[in-house]
Write a protein that binds this ligand. Sequence first.
Ligand code: GLU
Length: 466
Amino acid sequence: MSKIITRFAPSPSGFLHIGGARTALFNWLIAKNQGGKFLLRIEDTDRKRSTSEAVDAIFTGLNWLGINWDDEAYSQFERQKNHTIIANELLAKGKAYHCYCSPEELVDMREKARAQGSSRLYNGFWRDKDPLSAPSNIAPVVRLKVPLKGDTSFRDAIQGSVTVSNRTLDDMILIRADGTPTYMLAVVVDDHDMNISHVVRGDDHLTNTFRQIQIYKAMDWDLPIFAHMPLLHGADGGKLSKRHGALGVDAYREMGFLPEAVNNYLLRLGWSHGNDEIISQEDAIKWFDITNVGKSPARFDLDKLNNLNGHYIKKCDNKRLISLIQPEISKLLKTELSREVENRLKNGIENLKFRINNIRELIDNALIYCVNRPIKIEGKSNKILDRNGLNIIKKVRDKLVVLEPWTDENLTKEIHLLAEQSETGLGKIAQPLRSVLCGTMPAPGIFEVMKVLGKEETLGRIDDVL
Ligand code: GLU
């Protein structure tokens, strides 16, 4: 079997679309699974949209997801010469021809076709005409001679066998009047030149594929394996769009998702391996098979992604988590974090990560260890600190001042002892203590908070209130 080569061929749009990321991932997995290559081709022929920022956004998104490509990224625009060469070859073989129709003639033709209910909008006017009769004032386009009769069929790795009648296809344009190649031609020439074995893309391209196959046939080129993936839909069943939420991969990063969670989620959208929900990258590579992708659209569900993210955060190395949240916390507090705060984060992170499902929540929950004294105590947490509450805090202080060493065990013992001695429940002590140490910030259990804050900071926060 010839070498497996897949590709991802995004048109720059300003961000890496989450659906595009899924297409990229599936192509990458096929290549990895088969020991093949995965190529990236930027379809940058629309020069206005193809700014370097828009192209970089694709690189950044793929890099973040860890979807690495072989070779340098290809630029479709830079390959225009190759596209033109093939158009000329088709002309020379008599498989393509110059068409000199004026825009008005084309409008007229289209209207007639529509009135007759035909989807063949160009009637082949110049197909067999003598070029000598061409008007001199019209720059021609180059059109492909598409078979007039019969069907075009192929076996799609996801959709199964698909067919259209050739009567529905018209002689499509390969080269525009300004000499630039069309997308239809460029894609086929590029896929052929890059030896692509599998063309895996969204099923919105299925109708294009029937047309592109005509170019393969006219050139006597072997067809690649085609696989058209159902598009992503939102939770309400409609095609995924802005109204469903974020579309760019960068936005998911911003929202606090880990790339491994996004990958795992995208993988499970429309592809399954038994009932496995959590699939490591290693297993994904081992198990992935494009023929197991379902035919119906997959619904994007943020809650599921959030759950998976929670799983990956719990598994995540603490150092990496700290490196992710530290700059964000610094930004929020508008200050560099002190050595002491960094230490608290190191000590507190293991417990914090079990309380949250995404990095944004982790940041919110870590603030308790990072804010400067005196901390803000407002609303309900202030109300708890009435005379009674403050009395309890004084007693707590007396116990803590002499506590040595400052361990989880000792803290638990002393506070429980105090509850017994003052004949109150533990809750009556924990509540005001929580107000004093945490204000309204989300926080773990009070013993964990004291342990991580350390003696000095704990007493400091108490004294601020007293
Ligand atoms: N550039 C096309 C797009 O972004 C994809 C072309 C293809 O995969 O063949 O939709």
